[in-house]
Design a protein around this ligand. Structure first.
Ligand SMILES: Nc1ncnc2c1ncn2[C@@H]1O[C@H](COP(=O)(O)OP(=O)(O)OP(=O)(O)O)[C@@H](O)[C@H]1O
Ligand SMILES: [Mg+2]
Length: 305
């Protein structure tokens, strides 16, 4: 691994009411990596992310950002290293207008008026909210608030960007634009990205590495390692990308795929190769077990009998 961006050792977190949210979580994310955290509702994903920037303080354990213990860092320092887009945008927007909210951190960083304005313009344009500068946050729709809260984090230009359920409530076009943006921030601007999400279809695009969290770190691996481990998915109420399911169905019709695709891009590659090596054709057929195998898949994927 290159330089460590986030290093967590034996993190435990218990809420004041006694709820044990995290037990002995240890993980490390290298500078420039793109990583996802998946896990069922209540698994502790949000709790974990809030421990990274010191919003929540752990009872035991250690969190390091670029080799420095967060406990010893000033808030202003943490913010420049690590920006979080909260799961609930209402936790991020508290100023009279969207402009003020997005300008808040750059202003506190001591940037001059012109630079602040430029940062705000850029961030709002990235999320498609240009022209909403003077709107009070409470007048935005929920999806628009999500976008505004993403702009708040973008305006800081931190070295690490953390997204907590960024795609929930976004319309399909906004969702895919955001996925593209996360990829671009990571690949072009070398920002380390960490995303907690239930959006399994997005995971292969926004992560090279995935942690399965369920109070503890249950597993770690590439999207392929995680999404092809059926027991792991079942035990942690996780799902697999739709494209993967479709290819499982095609397998029942005799498609002989080596690595089942996890994304549209992988599917196009796989089909193109298959057809090219099949002298311009792909052969599917119904065989003895096709219907039986499909029934089994339906039961597994539709979660009902
Ligand atoms: N303020 C709080 N006080 C007490 N318990 C809490 C508090 N916030 C969260 N919890 C509990 O901590 C556990 C972890 O919650 P957390 O929000 O971190 O889960 P999550 O993985 O982010 O879930 P989701 O997928 O629904 O966003 C849950 O059991 C939850 O009920
Ligand atoms: Mg959460």
């Amino acid at each position: 691994m290159s330089q460590s961006a986030i290093k967590v050792e034996n993190l435990n977190y218990r809420y004041p009411d006694g709820t044990e949210a995290l037990t002995d979580v240890s993980l490390e994310i290298g500078k420039g990596e793109k990583v996802a955290i998946v896990g069922p509702n209540g698994a502790g994903k949000t709790t974990f992310l809030l421990n990274l920037n010191g919003v929540l303080e752990n009872d035991r354990g250690r969190v390091e950002i670029f080799g420095k213990d967060v406990e010893g860092l000033e808030r202003s320092e943490i913010i420049q290293h690590l920006g979080i887009v909260f799961q609930d945008p209402d936790d991020q927007l508290f100023m009279p207008t969207i402009f003020d909210d997005v300008a808040f951190a750059p202003m506190n960083m001591g940037l001059d008026g012109e630079k602040v304005k430029k940062r705000v313009e850029e961030a709002l344009s990235t999320v498609g909210l240009s022209g909403h500068e003077e709107v009070p946050p409470q007048n935005l729709s929920y999806g628009e608030k999500k976008k505004a809260s993403i702009a708040v984090a973008l305006s800081i230009k931190p070295e690490i960007l953390i997204f907590d359920e960024p795609t929930s409530e976004l319309d399909p076009k906004s969702r895919s634009e955001l996925i593209g943006k996360i990829k671009e921030l990571n690949e072009k601007e070398e920002i380390t990205t960490l995303t907690a999400t239930h959006d399994v279809n997005a995971v292969p695009e926004i992560a090279d590495r995935v942690y399965v969290l369920n109070k503890r770190v249950i597993a770690e691996g590439t999207p392929r390692e995680v999404f092809t481990n059926e027991n792991l998915l079942e035990e942690n109420s996780l799902d697999t990308p739709d494209v993967f399911k479709l290819f499982k169905v095609l397998n029942c019709f005799g498609l002989d795929s080596g690595n089942l695709p996890l994304s549209i891009d992988e599917a196009i590659k796989e089909l193109t190769e298959k057809i090219e090596t099949g002298s311009g054709h792909m052969h599917l057929h119904v065989h003895e077990h096709t219907h039986e195998d499909i029934e089994k898949l339906r039961k597994r994927y539709e979660h009902h009998t």
